[in-house]
Design a protein around this ligand. Structure first.
Ligand code: FAD
Ligand code: NAD
Length: 400
């Protein structure tokens, strides 16, 4: 009899931790596990705002996948998934290769929502992946270089649309990096504008009033022009049109929300905002051999609101997903997924942060430190104490 084939799509938080769990639980020869990812590195999505602003070296954000999986039990395959044939149990990769599976885990992360707003796809920048975030930093550097030639003020107006958690975290890094770049290019910093545009009446909509007040004060103190109740309507190469006037700028960093992956489109799978609805065992209800976790999944129990697309959710789902695949293969009882919210913290630069943990408001240095602790905890989980210490004391992990 041929061995059971388990295929995991995406080596983000969900995919990496599911791979690790399967590596730990499966006996030698019990199943073939293949982890497929677009790149041979795993990036820390929760730190991409730093890559976008150039405040953290690449070695602290992008980590070689094969170093962190049990290669005796899990095979890594570099490839981009182009479609999934759920009835034929096959994954199709760009280039035409087909990968057959008995059990599938879909953990391909998010896509950025553009809401069909004209010019966003063409001219705005997304904090979506390591590469897309790196592109932002290169673009910013180029604007400083070009300003030296043409002194066009639109080059030094940096606009972040959306003041949810991603938006404020990006702005928080820009306030650190842009003065450094101004100095490097010998341009007076008063020529530089950082603008944060938010459609809702406040930044961090949905957060406690005290958190909103604190974050607003910090951004104001750091010279950020926050424009609330202002919606981006269109983006051109050198101008951003809002319902509150134009912003001549060549940099729109778009952080206006996320949705699931387009790979579910036209498959008949029930989705909400592009996220596949999953059952209590994290399976797609109509396909009991397909599991879906992280930002790709829409998990809802009873009348409760669905879980948000966060790393915290993906990291709690991954071990349950691994256990349930093994449970299904062995015919043992499956685990119901239960989410335990531990809080959420946004950084507002190296030294400031804001959020809530255990129902209590955290702000300032304690909140910034808390976001770091959460990051180190993940590194510990992924690669043990050596990985965590390497990132804490040194330059991170080299891809070479
Ligand atoms: P991801 O981690 O996004 O991984 C998806 C993987 O799939 C990637 O490796 C990608 O390369 C790969 N992939 C995508 N498409 C394909 C394809 N077609 N073929 C092959 N591979 C593919 N959440 C928190 O809980 N706490 C935080 O502090 C926090 N901070 C954040 C900060 C920022 C700047 C951002 C953008 C998000 C933050 N989030 C945070 C949200 C969190 O990062 C996501 O919810 C989390 O990454 C989801 O994990 P995932 O495993 O579903 O997907
Ligand atoms: P979001 O949906 O939370 O925020 C998007 C913001 O953009 C909203 O405030 C919305 O009002 C605004 N917006 C939408 N359309 C607009 C327009 N046309 N013009 C101006 N503003 C507009 O998205 P996000 O911040 O990318 O977060 C995505 C997910 O990732 C969330 O679940 C979030 O909690 C999570 N996340 C968590 C952290 C953290 O815990 N530190 C950090 C980043 C992201």
């Amino acid at each position: 009899m041929s061995k059971t084939r388990i295929v995991i799509l995406g080596a983000g938080y969900g995919g990496m931790i599911t791979s690790k769990r399967l590596g730990k639980l499966l006996k030698a020869g019990e199943a073939d596990v293949t982890l497929i990812n677009k790149h041979d590195y795993h990036y820390l999505t929760t730190e991409l705002h730093k890559t976008a602003a150039g405040t953290e070296p690449d070695s602290k954000i992008a980590l070689p996948i094969t170093q962190f999986i049990d290669q005796e039990k899990v095979t890594f395959k570099k490839g981009t998934v182009s479609s999934i044939d759920y009835s034929g149990n096959k994954v199709l990769l760009e280039g035409g290769e087909k990968v057959n599976y008995d059990y599938l885990v879909v953990s391909l992360g998010f896509h950025v929502s553009t809401f069909g707003i004209p010019g966003i796809k063409e001219h705005a920048f997304e904090v979506r992946s390591f590469r897309s975030s790196k592109t932002i930093y290169h673009h910013i550097q180029r604007q400083f270089a070009l300003y030296k030639e043409d002194e066009d003020p639109s080059r030094l107006t940096f606009v972040v649309a959306g003041a949810g958690f991603t938006g404020v975290e990006v702005v928080g890094e820009l306030v650190v990096k842009l003065p450094e770049l101004a100095e490097e290019y010998n341009i007076p910093f008063d020529k530089v504008r950082i603008v944060n545009v938010e459609a809702a009446p406040t930044i961090l909509p949905g957060s406690a009033d005290a958190a909103v007040d604190y974050a607003s004060r910090i951004l104001d103190k750091r010279g950020v022009e926050v424009k609330t109740s202002t919606k981006v309507l269109e983006c051109k190469e050198d101008n951003i049109i809002t319902d509150n006037g134009d912003l001549p700028s060549r940099t729109l960093i778009w952080t206006c929300g996320v949705q699931g992956h387009h790979l579910f489109e036209g498959t008949g799978i029930e989705t909400v905002q592009g996220r596949a609805v999953v059952d209590e065992y994290l399976r797609i209800p109509t396909l009991k051999n397909v599991f879906c976790i992280g930002d790709n999944s829409y998990f809802k129990t009873g009348e409760k609101t669905p879980l948000p697309p966060t790393a915290q959710v993906a990291l709690q789902q991954a071990p349950v997903c691994g256990d349930n695949i093994v449970g299904t293969i062995r015919g043992t009882e499956l685990r119901k997924f239960e989410y335990h919210h531990k809080g959420s913290v946004a950084s507002l630069s190296e030294h400031y942060g804001v959020g809530e943990v255990g129902g209590a408001l955290l702000k300032g240095k304690i909140a910034a430190a808390m976001k770091k602790v959460i990051g180190y905890r993940y590194l510990f989980f992924l690669g043990g104490p050596s990985l965590m210490l390497k990132h804490f004391f040194g330059g991170g992990t080299s891809l070479a």
